[in-house]
Design a protein around this ligand. Structure first.
Ligand SMILES: *Cc1c(COP(=O)(O)O)cnc(C)c1O
Length: 391
């Protein structure tokens, strides 16, 4: 702690820069034979490779049906459309914008609820008074942290509305040992490049409901069951064979990657354990997170700087960071006139000023994560001077 942080003229922790994410991309050898047979077959979309991916993921998460789609966003749209969620849909504002966009595209209107400020997942107590008369509820396993699935299911069952999970971050997460993927009416995963399992672009709907799975299969193909007499206005949300091949290779070694990410997070946590005003987004005891993001919550009183200032000081060290999620969805321009209920969301609004996601990826080294933790501790140790330097 002798040398000052870079923002005060000390040496940069990472002179070559440390990005927020380096996607884990399978190498060519793991892909060659699959890609070759796809190209030889001439069957480039929604063929046997997509079917193989669907079977593997259904087995992995323990559900009867997995449906490959072009993205998590389109998967959520198709699920909500199939469930007829055209009224109010209760969901957190503290999540990625696509969670709400899917509600709007499916003809529903978002009704935002608070999250638990420790885990950052939907707060069942705040959602409770909103579910009566709603047409669905959606919840996000933010950062890979499993939601309080038992309480949310009880809420949904109490009024008979479907519960859908935005599981974009959570392929490989477990709630008390049970894989994410089988909770609620359906869960929807993303395979886009910042996630832990990647296809390039892609998503997967998982469900035990055969009718819902069938509606998604038809819906991803324009609503056409095969006879060109479309049953409803669907999408082109098919997954291409080439993307499915990348996703299959990306699933290899997933458990080991998640274990390594967990160990990196533990190392980071130990490195900042003595830093006042800083906590990690919490994961419940007994749950497993993919740690799609490593997110700290900064209390400016204790830490001496706000999350936005910490981000600037980290940038001076060469360390990338992102304010997931700031602004929360209900404060984004797109939603200014799309939330007629407009209740105050003080927990969400404060949390969103306090969060900061710092670099984490599946093949990151111990030294790299320790370097990030040391930089955070150094910045905190000089917080008063850093604050002055940044104004
Ligand atoms: C990435 C993400 C999505 C969107 O996934 P796409 O596959 O890019 O459509 C949806 N929800 C959350 C929480 C995400 O992080």
């Amino acid at each position: 702690m002798s040398s000052p942080p870079a923002v005060l003229g000390g040496p940069k922790a990472f002179p070559d820069g440390l990005p927020l994410v380096r996607p884990y991309v399978p190498g060519i050898p793991a892909l060659t034979s699959r890609l070759q047979s796809i190209l030889d077959s001439g069957h480039l979309t929604n063929g046997p490779t997509v079917a193989a991916l669907e079977a593997r993921v259904a087995d992995l998460v323990g559900v009867a049906h997995a449906v490959g789609v072009a993205s998590c966003t389109s998967g959520l749209m198709l699920v909500l459309q199939a469930l007829g969620a055209t009224g109010r849909v209760v969901l957190p504002s503290f999540t990625f914008s696509a969670s709400a966009h899917a509600v709007v595209w499916a003809g529903g209107s978002p009704d935002f609820a608070e999250v638990d400020p420790a885990t950052c997942t939907l707060d069942p107590a705040d959602a409770a008074p909103l579910v009566e008369g709603a047409s669905a509820m959606t919840a996000t396993h933010v950062y890979g942290t499993p939601c309080r699935t038992d309480e949310l299911q009880a809420l949904a069952d109490g009024t008979g509305i479907p519960l859908v999970y935005d599981a974009a971050h959570a392929l490989g997460s477990k709630r008390a040992g049970v894989p994410i993927g089988g909770f609620g009416a359906a869960e929807v995963f993303s395979l886009s490049p910042t996630k832990v399992v990647v296809a390039g672009e892609g998503g997967l709907v998982t469900t035990d409901d055969a009718g819902l799975a069938e509606a998604c299969r038809m819906g991803r193909d324009y609503g056409n069951p095969g006879d060109y007499d479309c049953r409803f206005p669907g999408l082109n949300a098919r997954m291409s064979e080439l993307h499915a091949a990348v996703a299959l290779a990306s699933l290899d070694g997933l458990d080991e990657r998640i274990a390594h990410r967990g160990a990196l997070v533990a190392r980071f946590g130990a490195g900042v354990a003595g830093v006042a005003g800083l906590s990690l987004a919490a994961v419940a005891e007994g749950d497993t997170s993919t740690y799609k993001d490593l997110t700290v919550i900064v209390d400016p009183e204790g830490f001496g700087l706000g999350a936005a200032q910490l981000a600037r000081a980290l940038k001076a060290e060469g360390i990338d960071s992102r304010r997931y999620y700031h602004p929360p969805i209900h404060m984004q321009k797109a939603y200014a006139s799309r939330w007629p209920e407009r209740r105050p969301l003080p927990v969400t609004e404060e949390l969103s000023t306090r969060v900061l996601s710092v670099p984490l990826w599946s093949h990151m080294t111990d030294d790299q994560i320790s370097g990030v933790a040391d930089a955070v501790a150094r910045i905190h140790a000089h917080a008063a001077a850093v604050s002055l330097a940044l104004t």
